[in-house]
Design a protein around this ligand. Structure first.
Ligand code: ZN
Ligand code: ZN
Length: 322
């Protein structure tokens, strides 16, 4: 059985129809008939060759579909797959439930053929039942974008925390919803002033196009790719505050030492989330009605949709549908 997919053959290439023969289904794998796949900025980086030569490349790692084969779920059950599709299952990180840190972790669409396809096979530990309350197309972006923002919020924020979100796009619009649902006081930062009504609709109490006030935030999530003015943002943090980088920018973060030291601040990064966090995030999203705002287009329009994401014009997530 061959899988139908869309693949880039080299960097900056347009995706073309692509058929491939999958490896035999392993005893700990599931096969998923893909109905929807969100488009994340990582897909753009991969297709454009910015993360190395992974060609031929089938992008896509915000996958929702139904179980076609495998023992771990009932046939037809609705499941999702995110960025990670496997890990060793034995190392100290896997044993601690931090599979995302496993040195043998495998990515769904980097070194494997991803979700711009009709089917995919992944390790059953990295397929997640989608709660009934979540619509398929708005659940797909939760698998990467959603868990990417949920993980640092869960670690560093709680009821009453003052959270700033830089960049109101695919990640940012989900961060505002999760932060609000957790009970935080939420500030959205965007250079696009006309996003204010939508940002407030997603849960922002405050909307700023300029600099934040000194000592006004406990946690800043930077979902933007542009290099931020770290002096300004670190001075916006309260003592022991955290600046968390989520956007995979090729540019360095230039961290000024003085506010870092005097405020006992932390600057850290965070990537996706491990399976237990993904399950928790999906349940939390279902409970609180959190959903990506999507534009759904047919899978065959993958090139146009990818370009919309590339040019930061998606409001707020492009989703491909079979
Ligand atoms: Zn992603
Ligand atoms: Zn491991």
């Amino acid at each position: 059985m061959a899988f139908n997919a869309y693949a880039a053959k080299h960097a900056k290439a347009r995706l073309e129809p692509f058929r491939y023969e999958p490896k035999p289904l392993a005893s700990d794998e599931v096969e998923i008939a893909i109905s929807h796949c969100g488009i994340c900025h990582s897909d753009v980086h991969l297709v454009d060759g910015e993360w190395g030569d992974w060609f031929p490349l089938v992008p896509g790692h915000e996958i929702v579909g139904t179980i076609a084969a495998g023992k771990a779920f009932a046939p037809g059950e609705r499941v999702g797959v995110g960025w990670q599709c496997s890990s060793c299952g034995e190392c100290e990180y896997c044993r601690a439930g931090e599979e995302v840190l496993c040195s043998k972790n495998e990515a769904t669409c980097q070194g494997n053929f991803g979700g711009f396809a009709d089917r995919i096979r992944v390790n059953e530990r990295f397929a997640f039942r989608i709660p009934d309350e979540l619509p398929t197309e708005s659940a797909a972006p939760l698998l990467c974008g959603g868990v990417t923002v949920y993980t640092p919020l869960r670690t560093h924020a709680g009821m009453g925390s003052r959270v700033g979100v830089i960049g109101i796009g695919g990640l940012g619009h989900l961060a505002l919803q999760f932060a609000r649902a957790i009970g935080c006081e939420v500030t959205a930062f965007s250079r696009v002033a006309d996003k204010e009504p939508e940002a407030r609709g997603f849960g922002a109490h405050h909307f700023l196009t300029g600099d934040p006030a000194r000592g006004s935030l406990d946690l800043i999530l930077n979902t933007a790719h542009a290099s931020p003015d770290m002096e300004t943002y670190l001075r916006a943090l309260r003592p022991k505050g955290v600046f968390c980088q989520l956007g995979a920018s090729p540019l360095p973060l230039v961290v000024p030492a003085t506010p870092l030291i005097t405020g006992s601040l932390s600057v850290r990064g965070s990537a996706i989330g491990s399976p237990s966090i993904i399950r928790e995030m999906l349940a939390f999203a279902a409970r609180h009605g959190i959903a990506a705002t999507t534009r759904v287009v047919p899978m065959r329009e993958a090139n146009e949709a990818l370009d919309t994401t590339r040019r930061n014009l998606a409001r707020y997530r492009m989703v491909l549908a079979n």
